[in-house]
Design a protein around this ligand. Structure first.
Ligand SMILES: [Zn+2]
Length: 277
């Protein structure tokens, strides 16, 4: 009984996290049965099951899933940045968990913007965070409930070395990319305090959970401002969410595309959310 409950919970968890993980686990069942017959030792059999699952999952993640998703309207963002496409995940887990799919229009848009960033600031690589899962419109990428149609993408801010002011690439103060917030300065609006006062306890949760684990990074205002300028200038982009104090600090107070996302969401002073029409 416990075994079936565990398998059910694992199926749900793997499906929520990666969309395809639960199904691949089910497809591996005949192999698990085969291993059980051949390997008597329970611990070794479990280890073999996990290994087989991971191997098949990773193979499919790099081969069949992108091909199928592309045929159905979503394409994978790149795993490695190149000189012609200076774009890569901040954390490779984003890719390995299949959370890096976007529509071809968004793919084109962000590839163009990443290239423009590199032309303006040589060596700059744009780091992306969560995008969308590979299949099915309406299937949300938990916890970002709006990332469900291939048209949404989160980008990491840019950072410099706090001591030397040298531009850094593919880094963020928090290892998952979320939660390392660029806090409001004195006299800047504090939206987190406003939302939490209204009872939206979840608004600042990521900062509390993941906080700044690396304080040697300083927020790179110049490059972050520039990428938002490029994004807002692109007709295909409809909305960009950042925290109100950054909207004003970076000079986007009069830009209608740069908006506040509402207290039901989470704070956006650790990343840029963008979406296309
Ligand atoms: Zn987002």
């Amino acid at each position: 009984m416990f075994k079936y409950l565990f398998q059910f919970c694992w199926f749900i968890f793997a499906t929520i996290l990666t969309q395809i993980g639960g199904i691949i686990w089910l497809l591996c069942m005949p192999l698990f049965a085969f291993i059980k017959k051949k390997v008597q030792h329970k611990g070794k059999a479990l280890g073999a099951n996990v290994l087989v699952f991971l191997l098949i999952y990773l193979c499919l993640t790099f081969t069949l899933i992108p091909a199928l998703a592309s045929a159905l309207g979503r394409v994978p963002l790149p795993f490695w940045a190149t000189s012609t496409q200076p774009l890569q995940p901040l954390n490779r887990l984003t890719y390995l968990l299949n959370r890096h799919y976007v529509t071809p229009q968004l793919y084109e848009t962000i590839s163009k913007v990443a290239l423009q960033m590199q032309q303006q600031y040589p060596g700059t690589i744009t780091a992306y965070l969560d995008a969308n899962l590979p299949f099915i419109n309406g299937f949300p990428l938990v916890p970002h409930l709006s990332h469900k149609d291939g048209k949404k993408l989160d980008l990491a801010f840019f950072y410099t070395n706090a001591q030397t002011q040298t531009a850094l690439q593919i880094v963020a103060p928090s290892w998952i990319g979320y939660g390392g917030c660029e806090l409001p300065k004195l006299r800047e609006s504090n939206q987190t305090a406003i939302c939490e006062k209204k009872g939206f306890w979840q608004y600042g949760i990521l900062e509390k959970l993941f906080g700044k684990s690396n304080t040697s990074y300083a927020f790179d205002e110049e490059r972050t401002r520039h990428i938002i300028q490029l994004l807002t200038a692109d007709k295909r982009i409809s909305k960009i969410f950042i925290e109100p104090h950054l909207k004003s600090r970076l000079g986007f107070s009069n830009n209608a595309k740069v908006r506040f996302h509402g207290c039901r969401s989470v704070r956006h002073d650790d990343h840029i959310h963008l979406q296309i029409r």
